[in-house]
Design a protein around this ligand. Structure first.
Ligand SMILES: [Zn+2]
Length: 343
């Protein structure tokens, strides 16, 4: 018998080309102390009905961002193939080991901080998080016309709900993206112009795949009004791209979406000492340049006056640290300013 060298590559239990509704696992080979010949189950579902566009729906890219996970669980159970024109591929707990552990990052690799969204394009024969990234790149991105990657802020921060697109210099795609921002119907629509290396956006956008992401809430919980807003918004976007049938009923967006630009630098308030963070601004609040933002109390020298924090550039408070304990380098607040571009 001839010798054969066989790879231990991720594999998918379901046929993504088959019509109908399917569910199973992406099997990530993982030989551990607890299970020598084991694999890790990453849930995957599909709904396909003939020809049409493909939407790839992802949540759990970070494991403690729960609104999107709940939205995708619910969507798969609600829809039938009759509702679909084309295909939905749903990966609702993408970094499954992180989701099962209730952590942003996977405890199984990269020193217990396996951050899937910093490991793209991944490795076919790497650690579990690398292999999940590789599977998404090699098997899913190429099938997708649009990717919806549903993030929230996770345990360490909280976000005012937003949807974000990245302009592609393609009039047709960009028009659809601007429609998505308005249809998603959360308070903030972010118009970006960058796709970062090592992230899913950095793999999707250069290949011409529309990549829509969200920051829906955070603090390691599910906030019902945000989850419901996101669920309705996602359905409107799927109908807009034509992957839900024309007479599928969706609700109207509840309010105006404020278009904002992605900012860096002065829009961040960061901790420059360790201590107890006492915020004095709320998510969604409009703050002025230099406005008082809160305190950091010195835990080991409580007789000292607390450090006073101030916003740099004002705007809408979009991000706020959730736990009180903070260390030098932690982002405490992050503001956004209005989008000044076209459309
Ligand atoms: Zn995330």
């Amino acid at each position: 018998m001839a010798f054969k060298k066989v790879g231990m590559s991720p594999s998918c239990e379901i046929n993504l080309e088959a019509d109908g509704q399917h569910h199973g696992y992406v099997r990530i080979p993982f030989s551990s102390h607890r299970s020598a010949y084991g694999w890790l189950p990453v849930p995957i579902m599909s709904i396909k009905n003939g020809d049409g566009p493909t939407a790839l729906l992802i949540a759990g890219n970070h494991g403690d961002e729960y609104e999107g996970i709940a939205i995708l669980f619910d969507l798969f159970r609600e829809l039938t193939p009759d509702d679909v024109r084309g295909r939905l591929i749903i990966l609702p707990a993408a970094n499954a080991p992180a989701v099962y552990a209730g952590r942003r990052t996977s405890p199984l690799d990269h020193g217990g901080e396996g951050n899937l969204n910093r490991l793209f394009p991944g490795k076919q024969y790497g650690a579990p998080s690398d292999m999940i990234a590789w599977f998404i790149c090699s098997e899913l991105i190429g099938r997708a016309d649009v990717i919806f990657d549903l993030h929230s802020a996770g345990s360490s921060i909280d976000h005012w709900p937003s949807c974000k697109v990245r302009m592609m210099d393609d009039p047709e795609k960009d028009a659809m993206q601007m429609d998505f921002l308005k249809l998603f119907g959360v308070p903030i629509g972010i118009v970006g112009d960058r796709a970062h290396e090592t992230t899913l956006s950095g793999e999707a956008v250069p290949g011409g795949v529309i990549y829509v992401s969200t920051e829906l809430g955070g603090a390691g919980r599910i906030t019902p009004w945000i989850r419901d807003l996101g669920a309705a918004g996602l359905r409107r976007c799927l109908k807009r791209m034509g992957v839900l049938r024309g007479d599928y009923e969706v609700s109207e967006p509840e309010g105006e979406v404020r278009l904002m630009a992605m900012q860096t630098g002065d829009n961040y308030v960061v901790a420059l000492e360790d201590g107890l963070f006492e915020p004095r601004a709320e998510l969604g609040e409009e703050v002025d340049d230099g406005q008082f933002a809160g305190y950091i109390w010195d835990l080991k020298r409580p007789w000292r006056a607390p450090a006073e924090l101030h916003f740099g550039r004002g705007g809408i408070v979009f991000c706020k640290r959730h736990p009180a304990l903070c260390e030098v380098g932690d982002t405490l607040f992050f503001t956004l300013n209005d989008y000044e571009g076209g459309n």
